[in-house]
Design a protein around this ligand. Structure first.
Ligand code: PLP
Length: 396
């Protein structure tokens, strides 16, 4: 496989040279006085990406899964009830993690290809007169199906039910690629990671925590040591870390934030929308269907695409890798064999996405899919040609 080819998986994403170089730093003493000058501004600047002035940013050396664990263990006690909808592999994994921690998980089963059901949440929360539900957990962007859920609608449902539960949101595959409004949506904990929208190596869980969630921490009894917010925040406040920090990732994060702010967050979001829309035009030209059931659910970071009846999506992704050296996302869980995914987030331009569309088209033609070679690429070309190219360059 050629390392020159971009990956089209929805994370980890392509690491731009600028960020690879930024992570190339020699060991430094994290107890030296200058560590605070490096780390403090990173925590502060990350707030802008979450869309918060009220929340506090906390990081751990972990992948996103560690962030899920940190969110629940810092705020909840064994047996506490949480409400969560399952509509894909990632929402499922968070549910599984909650169950393994001894929480009482009330699951709303939703068809894959749909998102968080605000109306059903409202009915359940309204009926919970004793306020036993302590938190509502939502996967903002379900990476397995390419579905974006409306967090504002979930907040409105919670308010309409006059329910005091906390709102926890997994934004691992949406943050820094699609708008996130921590304060406006009344989110209590948002969980993300370094290897998707931030375009970095894997290894840093990035969370944002509201004052309400911080208050819950005082009575929460789930065991936590490594992920204890209190230790992390106390150390951060005096410019340190409770254990050895992932220094290279912190340097990478500093540069990633610079890149995002130079391009402008709104331009970053517009670029992701444009890239995604080009992919959707291609899918339509191929005569294939997205797993996401309706346009308001379409994700701008990943598209999950059904293969035609009688074809195996795993053979398609294997073939694209073996013959052309390009990785696409496989179908996960229920979608395994039935759908493949094109990740279109992070360090990508129109031109890079066209190369991915051209590659998967060749792979489909090789495997006798009923798809006209060039049809998807042409549809995306027409769309990208009409768009502005100035912001396309900013991401390169
Ligand atoms: C990638 C991802 C995660 C985190 O997975 P890790 O492999 O632990 O980083 C969590 N949720 C979603 C929606 C994701 O896309």
């Amino acid at each position: 496989m050629s390392n020159q080819n971009p990956v089209f998986i929805p994370g980890p994403t392509n690491i731009p040279d600028r960020l690879r170089l930024a992570m190339q730093v020699q060991t430094q003493d994290h107890r030296a006085p200058d560590f605070v000058e490096t780390f403090g501004p990173v925590l502060e600047d990350t707030k802008q990406v979450f869309g918060t002035t009220k929340g506090q940013v906390v990081t751990f050396p972990a992948s996103g899964t560690g962030g899920w664990e940190a969110a629940i263990t810092n705020t909840l006690s064994p047996g506490d009830k949480v409400l969560v909808a399952r509509y894909g592999v990632f929402s499922h994994r968070w549910i599984d993690l909650c169950e393994r921690h001894g929480l009482n998980v009330q699951i709303v089963e939703c068809p894959w290809g749909t998102g968080a059901p605000a109306d059903r949440f409202e009915a359940i929360l309204s009926a919970d007169k004793a306020h036993e539900i302590r938190a509502v957990l939502v996967t903002h962007n379900e990476t397995a199906t390419g579905v974006l859920s409306d967090i504002g609608a979930v907040r409105r449902a919670m308010n309409a039910a006059r329910h005091p539960a906390m709102l926890f949101v997994d934004c691992v595959s949406s943050l820094a690629s699609m708008p996130f409004r921590f304060d406006q949506w009344g989110v209590d904990i948002a969980v993300s990671g370094s290897q998707k929208g931030f375009m970095l190596a894997t290894g840093m869980a990035i969370l944002c925590v509201s004052p309400k969630a911080l208050a819950a921490m005082e009575t929460a009894r789930l065991p936590r040591t490594f992920f204890d917010f209190r230790d992390m925040m106390a150390a951060n406040a005096s410019g340190g870390f409770p254990y050895t920090p992932p220094l290279q990732l912190i340097y990478g994060m500093r540069e990633s934030l610079k890149m995002l702010f130079e391009e402008g967050l709104d331009t970053v979001y517009a670029r992701h929308h444009r890239l995604a829309e080009g992919v959707r035009r291609a899918v339509n030209a191929w005569g294939l269907k997205l797993v996401a059931q309706s346009p308001e659910l379409y994700s701008d970071t990943v598209s999950a695409i059904y293969v035609p009846e009688g074809f195996d999506s795993n053979k398609l992704t294997d073939h694209a890798f073996d013959k052309y050296g390009v990785s696409f996302g496989i179908g996960l869980g229920e979608m395994n064999g039935k759908a493949f995914r094109i990740g279109h987030l992070g360090s990508l331009t129109d031109v890079m996405v066209l190369s991915g569309l051209a590659t998967i088209e060749m792979a489909m033609a090789d495997l006798n899919y009923p798809v006209n070679l060039g049809s998807g690429v042409a549809a995306a070309q027409e769309y990208y040609r009409a768009g502005s190219s100035s912001d396309a360059k900013a991401a390169a």
